[in-house]
Design a protein around this ligand. Structure first.
Ligand code: ADP
Ligand code: MG
Length: 236
């Protein structure tokens, strides 16, 4: 415990919550502590990142321990892998329905996150889909194989309302850049997506670069017992 807090201090990691899992010392712990399959670990190592970033060190063990996470770290600090790694380790491919849902504020970010996800999932029999305009208008997700879906709020909300997308089996919900989601005024869509993700054992997480009151409020309303992780200054 003492060792953990020294280690966190060294990496500028601030936490709030009870029984917070120890931060990762290195990527190999994904295997030794959390049973990461070798081929996935190989994909992570192929990215040639020597060490996890501070937000990855703390958010990954939290999510892998089945806890919800409210993570704030500056832009460029590696938040994408912090939520992709646990999702790819825990979601089983080949079962029906969307299991992982990532909401991004813009189409560009959604496309970029999809590319990164596919790269890291290489060799795993996952169907990773970017919600395009066509998919949200005409796609029927009862028929489209898709375990991990990346979307903007409007498109996913549209598909859910048309009853072409069932989110009741989502195990991991990520609201990425949640500060921007609010700035862009997606409150209503986020609300309806959170409601549609009705699986009682869902693990929600919120990633953000800044901590405006709106994000704090959302974290409070949608998550229970979430561990809060803040890296660096509060409003960088
Ligand atoms: P954020 O979402 O926090 O703004 P990203 O997830 O987009 O940041 O990552 C920013 C950059 O850092 C990307 O180019 C990514 O590939 C790289 N990166 C991610 N994890 C690591 C790591 N552990 N070590 C070095 N670079 C990393
Ligand atoms: Mg990001």
């Amino acid at each position: 415990i003492e060792r953990d807090s020294l280690f966190r201090k060294k990496h500028g990691i601030h936490i709030l919550g009870y029984a917070v899992p120890s931060p990762l010392q290195n990527f190999d712990e994904l295997k030794s502590r959390f049973g990461c399959k070798s081929h996935l670990l190989r994909n992570f190592l192929e990215l040639k990142f020597k060490e996890p970033t501070p937000i990855q060190r703390q958010a990954i063990p939290i999510l892998l321990s089945g806890r919800e996470c409210f993570a704030c770290a500056p832009t460029g600090s590696g938040k994408t892998l912090a939520f992709l790694i646990p999702m790819l380790m825990r979601i089983k491919p080949g079962r029906k329905g969307v299991k992982g849902l990532i909401i991004c504020p813009t189409r560009e970010l959604a496309a970029q996150t999809t590319r990164e996800c596919k790269k890291v999932a290489k060799g795993k029999k996952f169907h990773i889909k970017l919600m395009t305009k066509e998919l949200s208008r005409c796609g029927d997700f009862q028929k489209i194989p898709c375990e991990i879906l990346v979307s903007t709020p409007l498109r996913v909300d549209f598909a859910v309302r048309k009853r072409k997308l069932d989110l009741s089996r989502v195990e991991y919900l990520v609201l990425d850049e949640s500060d921007k989601l609010f700035e862009l005024g997606f409150v209503e869509q986020i609300d309806s997506v959170v409601k549609a993700c009705s699986n009682p054992s869902i693990i929600r997480s919120l990633f953000s670069a800044t901590l405006p009151d709106s994000v704090e409020e959302l974290a409070r309303t949608i998550m229970h017992d979430a561990v809060r992780v803040i890296v660096g200054r509060k409003n960088s």
